[in-house]
Design a binder for this molecule. Structure first.
Ligand SMILES: *[C@@H]1O[C@H](CO)[C@@H](O)[C@H](O)[C@H]1NC(C)=O
Ligand SMILES: *[C@@H]1O[C@H](CO)[C@@H](O)[C@H](O)[C@H]1NC(C)=O
Ligand SMILES: [Cu+2]
Length: 328
């Protein structure tokens, strides 16, 4: 057991998140919401409430954070039960879980992807099951064109549709959903840490039930799958138009990073109609946060955090499946 947890301090007043980027707030299974933050390894907050925020982009491709984001080894107490063929809708949100939410900054053009791995992941266990990238080049120079994040996910209220592969064998899995924002990806993070592609991975714990027999093939590792110079990671979104190329090299196609989508995944994922959101629409105060590898946990007197412990964080991914500890 760890001396800290990412559990929300739910009894307290809600606070607005100031600078948060997007992350997954809920998962619908065949249109039925499984509950806000349930089954999701919500990225760690980077400071005390109300100023800290979750999910700064991950840019270091060698960091364990590229797997399931910051503190991604820490389990959510709840696991979402699904069957092969189920239609999942991931609800990416920014400030709160409402239709008015802006999802992500309009500059964050790029692809969205999903990988499936047994839980816990092993060497080369992440298999790509979904990807969407560049939909359309722009007419005019210096415009970004139409991208999955900004022309699909954002106008569709942050809803990403992912379908459980046909016949998938029962067991515990992680779905690693990911957005890659390319607005600064004309530079490479290893050469210029101020810039570079921004990765927003977020992992969802599922348990597949049923009598399926399909096993996942070998996939890729995180970290490991992506390299700084890869086409699609080093990419200038403002480079090409339908008719011209501004500079060389400047591609008119966008290769989505990582391996090809597994042939056992569904070729199409479609939106299903969604029922009501179940659970909170705002993020409650949080009881732990991480900054420069130091995890701080706190209790509250009213709204003031009182620090109870700090410890240095080292990711510790179990080699075999551990049933999450339920919430008391
Ligand atoms: C998932 O969506 C597809 C396409 O709309 C539909 O044919 C299928 O029946 C859905 N699966 C379930 C389990 O509802
Ligand atoms: C959601 O967040 C936005 C931006 O912070 C805010 O304007 C809006 O009032 C919030 N809505 C709810 C229901 O909390
Ligand atoms: Cu950003």
């Amino acid at each position: 057991m760890r001396g800290y947890s990412l559990l929300w301090v739910t009894a307290l007043a809600n606070v607005g998140l100031v600078q948060a980027h997007t992350f997954i707030w809920g998962v619908f299974v065949n249109g039925v919401d499984q509950g806000t933050f349930r089954g999701i390894r919500t990225p760690a907050y980077n400071g005390p409430p109300p100023r800290g925020y979750a999910n700064s982009p991950v840019k270091n491709l060698e960091s364990i954070d590229i797997r399931c984001n910051v503190l991604g080894d820490i389990q959510n107490p709840y696991t979402i039960k699904v069957q092969p063929g189920d239609n999942l809708t991931f609800d990416w949100k920014h400030n709160n879980r409402t239709l008015a939410d802006d999802i992500i900054d309009f500059s964050h053009h790029g692809p969205m992807l999903a990988y499936l791995s047994p839980d816990p992941p092993t060497e080369n266990s992440f298999v790509k099951i979904f990807e969407k990238g560049l939909y359309e080049l722009p007419e005019k120079q210096f415009a970004p064109g139409k991208w999955a994040i900004t022309s699909d996910l954002k106008p569709n209220y942050g809803r990403m549709n992912v379908r459980i592969p046909n016949g998938l064998k029962a067991g515990h899995y992680l779905i690693r959903a990911e957005l890659i924002a390319l607005h600064e990806a004309d530079a490479s993070y290893d050469k210029n840490p101020q810039r570079g592609a921004q990765f927003y991975p977020d992992c969802v714990q599922i348990e597949v039930t049923g009598d399926g027999t399909v096993e996942l093939p070998a996939g890729v590792s995180f970290p490991g799958a992506y390299k700084y110079g890869d086409p699609g990671i080093l990419h200038d979104v403002y480079c090409s138009t339908k008719t011209t190329s501004l500079k060389v090299p400047c591609t008119t196609t966008y290769p989505i990073p990582g391996p090809t989508v597994w042939s056992g995944a569904w070729p199409d994922t479609t939106a299903v109609s969604l029922g009501a959101v179940s659970g909170p629409i705002t993020a409650p105060l949080w009881s732990s946060w991480i900054s420069k590898s130091v995890v701080t946990s706190a209790t509250y007197i009213g709204n003031s955090p009182s620090i109870v412990a700090t410890s240095t964080y080292t990711a510790s991914w179990s080699a075999k499946y551990v049933t999450p500890t339920p919430v008391a």
